[in-house]
Design a protein around this ligand. Structure first.
Ligand code: NAP
Length: 529
C-alpha cells in the first residue's frame, strides 16, 4: 500500500514539524504501518496562500471542468480498491462490508454533485430587467446569482471515515461550489485520509485543476485546526464531531476580525415518540426494530435513537421488556477509537449516577476496554424534565426510555428538548390526528420528522434535510446531506446595470448554459428577448 507519509500541501508535500502520528487499530491498540507528519503553522500559511491563488482560477472554471474533477476523484477512490477498504476497517474497527457501502456513498455523492453543477441551475440565476421609463425613478437592470465563498476548512468526522471525511460530503459540496478545500485530517484514520488525499491530488492533476485547490494537513491536537479556522484567507468551515469541538470552532470563527460561517454538525439524541395505540398493537415488533437501530454500527451514528418517550402502561412495559431482552443479547463491538469508547463508558457511568435513572438492560461485558456495550435505561418524565444532563448525547449504543403519565406530560418532555437532527413519531394512522399539536411541536425541534421509521439511515437525495436547530448544528438553515449542501458554500451577488460583456454566462441575455432562471418573476429557460 502506498502510504505517503507527508502532509499534502497543495500539490506538494511537507514533512511539517518532523513529528509524526500513526494509525492505531482500535481493537487492541496495535500500531498500523505508515507515519504521518504533523503540520506546522508554516504549512497552514503555505496551504492557505496556495488555496487563495487557486480560488482566483477555480471559481471561474466552467461547471463541466469542476464536474470532471469530482468524477475523477470518485474514479481514483474506486481505483484504490481493497487497500482502502482494509486500511479504513483496520483504523476504525468498522467491518469491511460497512466500509464498502460507505465508499459507494462517497463516490455516489461526488458524482451527484458533479451532475448537479453540470445542470447549472444551482447558481439560482435571477434577472429583473430595467424599466428606464418607470416613474418617479427608473428601475435598474438587476441580475443575481450564487458565487463561491472562497477557501473552506473541513474537519473530517471519525464515524464516517470516507463519506464525511477527506473526500466526504463537505469536501464534495465545497469543491462543487467552486471553493478550494483544506482538510484537517481526523487522527482516528490517518492512513485512510492519506490514501483518499492522494486520490484527490491525482484527480486534480489529471483534470488540470489549479495548484492548491486541495490540501490535507495532520495534527495531533487543536493547533493546526484552530490556525486554519483563524486564518484570514479562510471563508467557511465544515465540521462533524462533538458539541465541544464544533462550538469551540464556531466561537473562534466568530471572534475573528472577519467572522466566517461554521457549519458544524454535532450532538443529537434523536427522540422517538411511541403513541399508545401503536404500542398496544405492535410493542414487540417495534422493540426489535429499535434494538437494531440502537446497536447499528455500535451506536456510532449521529442519528442514533438516544431517547424514546411513551405514555406508561402495560404496552410500554411490554416494549421495555422486549427491548431489554434484545439489548441483553446484543454483542459489544469495537468502537471507532479509544477516545470514543472512553467517552461512552464515562457518559453511561454518569447516566447511571443520575437520580431517578434505572438501567434496565446491559449487554454482557466482554472485558475489552475498546468495546461499546449496548445499554438502555429508563426514567420518569419529571426526572427527565428537571435534569438537563439527561438531554445530552451519549455517543454509542445507548438509549434512555422516558415514562410519561399522559399526553400533557409527553408534550412537556418535548418542550424541554434541545435542537435535534431528527425526531420520530410512531403511531397508527388514526391516532396521528389526536397528536397533531405534539407533531407540530416536534417539527420545531428537528431537521427531519420521521413517521413510523427509525432515525438511522440517511437517504442521500435532494429532499433530505440532515441538519437541525442548535446544538444539532450551528446553522439550522442548511443540510449537510444531499445536493442542497452546496448552498452552505455559496453567497448571492447582484450585478446592477452591468455591461453585457462583463456578465457571467448564467446572467447573459441569450442564456448560453440553457439553465432555469427567474426572469422578471417567472421561471424560464428562454433567452431574454
Ligand atoms: P471531536 O473530538 O469533536 O473531533 C473532531 C475533529 O475536530 C478532530 O479533528 C479534532 O481534532 C477537531 N477538534 C475538536 N475540538 C477542537 C477544538 N477545540 N479546536 C480545534 N479542533 C478541534 O469528535 P470525534 O473525535 O469524532 O468524537 C468525539 C465525540 O464526538 C464522540 O464521543 C461523540 O460524542 C461526538 N461525535 C458526534 C458525531 C455526530 O455526528 N453527532 C459524530 C462523531 C463524533 P483532534 O482529534 O486532532 O483533537
Amino acid at each position: 500500500m502506498d502510504l505517503n507519509p507527508n502532509n499534502l500541501i497543495g500539490y506538494g508535500e511537507s514533512r511539517g514539524s518532523g513529528k509524526t502520528l500513526q494509525g492505531v487499530n482500535p481493537a487492541g491498540g496495535q500500531v498500523l504501518p505508515g507515519e504521518f507528519y504533523l503540520a506546522t503553522t508554516d504549512d497552514v500559511e503555505q496551504a492557505m496562500t496556495l488555496a487563495t491563488r487557486a480560488f482566483a482560477e477555480y471559481k471561474l472554471l466552467p461547471n463541466e471542468q469542476r464536474a470532471a474533477f469530482l468524477d475523477a476523484i470518485a474514479q481514483e477512490i474506486e481505483a484504490l480498491g481493497d487497500a482502502l477498504v482494509q486500511r479504513a476497517s483496520a483504523e476504525t474497527g468498522l467491518p469491511e462490508s460497512r466500509i464498502i457501502g460507505e465508499r459507494g456513498r462517497t463516490t455516489g455523492q461526488l458524482r451527484m454533485f458533479a451532475d448537479y453543477i453540470r445542470a447549472g441551475h444551482y447558481v439560482e440565476a435571477s434577472i429583473d430587467t430595467a424599466i428606464p421609463e418607470r416613474q418617479p425613478i427608473p428601475k435598474p437592470d438587476l441580475r443575481k446569482m450564487m458565487v463561491p465563498l472562497g477557501p473552506v476548512v473541513v474537519f473530517g468526522s471519525s464515524n464516517f471515515p470516507l463519506a464525511y471525511s477527506v473526500a466526504g460530503g463537505d469536501t464534495a459540496s465545497a469543491l462543487a461550489a467552486g471553493c478550494p478545500v483544506l482538510v484537517k485530517a481526523h487522527p482516528g484514520h490517518p492512513g485512510t485520509s492519506a490514501l483518499v488525499g492522494q486520490a484527490i491530488v491525482r484527480a486534480a492533476r489529471t483534470t488540470g485543476m489549479p495548484e492548491g485547490v486541495f490540501s490535507l494537513l495532520y495534527d495531533s491536537g487543536f493547533q493546526i485546526g484552530q490556525a486554519l479556522v483563524g486564518h484570514p484567507a479562510a471563508r467557511a468551515v465544515g465540521f462533524t464531531g462533538s458539541l465541544a469541538g464544533g462550538r469551540a470552532l464556531f466561537d473562534l470563527a466568530a471572534q475573528r476580525e472577519v467572522p466566517i460561517p461554521v457549519f458544524a454538525e454535532m450532538g443529537s439524541i434523536n427522540p422517538s415518540v411511541l403513541l399508545p395505540q401503536t404500542l398496544a398493537q405492535r410493542a414487540a415488533e417495534i422493540a426489535r426494530i429499535y434494538a437494531g437501530s440502537i446497536t447499528l454500527g455500535v451506536g456510532q451514528f449521529c442519528t442514533n435513537p438516544g431517547l424514546i418517550l411513551a405514555i406508561k402502561g402495560e404496552a410500554f412495559d411490554n416494549f421495555i421488556a422486549i427491548l431489554s431482552e434484545e439489548i441483553s443479547k446484543a454483542l459489544p463491538a469495537t468502537m471507532l477509537h479509544s477516545g470514543i469508547s472512553a467517552a461512552f463508558r464515562q457518559k453511561t457511568r454518569e447516566m447511571a449516577e443520575q437520580l431517578g435513572v434505572t438501567f434496565v438492560a446491559r449487554a454482557a461485558e466482554e472485558g475489552q476496554e475498546y468495546e461499546g456495550r449496548p445499554m438502555v435505561a429508563k426514567a420518569p418524565a419529571q426526572t427527565f424534565i428537571s435534569n438537563p444532563r439527561l438531554h445530552e448525547e451519549v455517543f454509542g449504543p445507548f438509549s434512555l426510555l422516558i415514562e410519561c403519565a399522559d399526553q400533557a406530560e409527553l408534550e412537556a418532555c418535548v418542550a424541554v428538548l434541545k435542537g435535534q437532527l431528527t425526531v420520530t413519531i410512531r403511531g397508527e394512522e388514526e391516532e396521528f390526528g389526536q397528536y397533531r399539536d405534539l407533531i407540530n411541536q416536534l417539527r420545531d425541534k428537528a431537521g427531519r420528522v420521521i413517521f413510523n421509521g427509525v432515525p438511522t439511515g440517511v437517504e442521500v437525495c435532494p429532499s433530505m434535510t440532515h441538519g437541525g436547530p442548535y446544538p444539532a448544528t450551528t446553522d439550522s438553515r442548511f443540510t449537510a446531506v444531499g445536493v442542497h449542501a452546496i448552498k452552505r458554500f455559496l453567497r448571492p451577488v447582484t450585478f446592477q446595470n452591468a455591461p453585457p460583456a462583463i456578465l457571467p454566462e448564467a446572467l447573459q441575455d441569450d442564456n448560453p448554459l440553457h439553465i432555469w432562471r427567474l426572469i422578471n418573476g417567472e421561471l424560464s429557460r428562454d433567452p431574454i428577448k
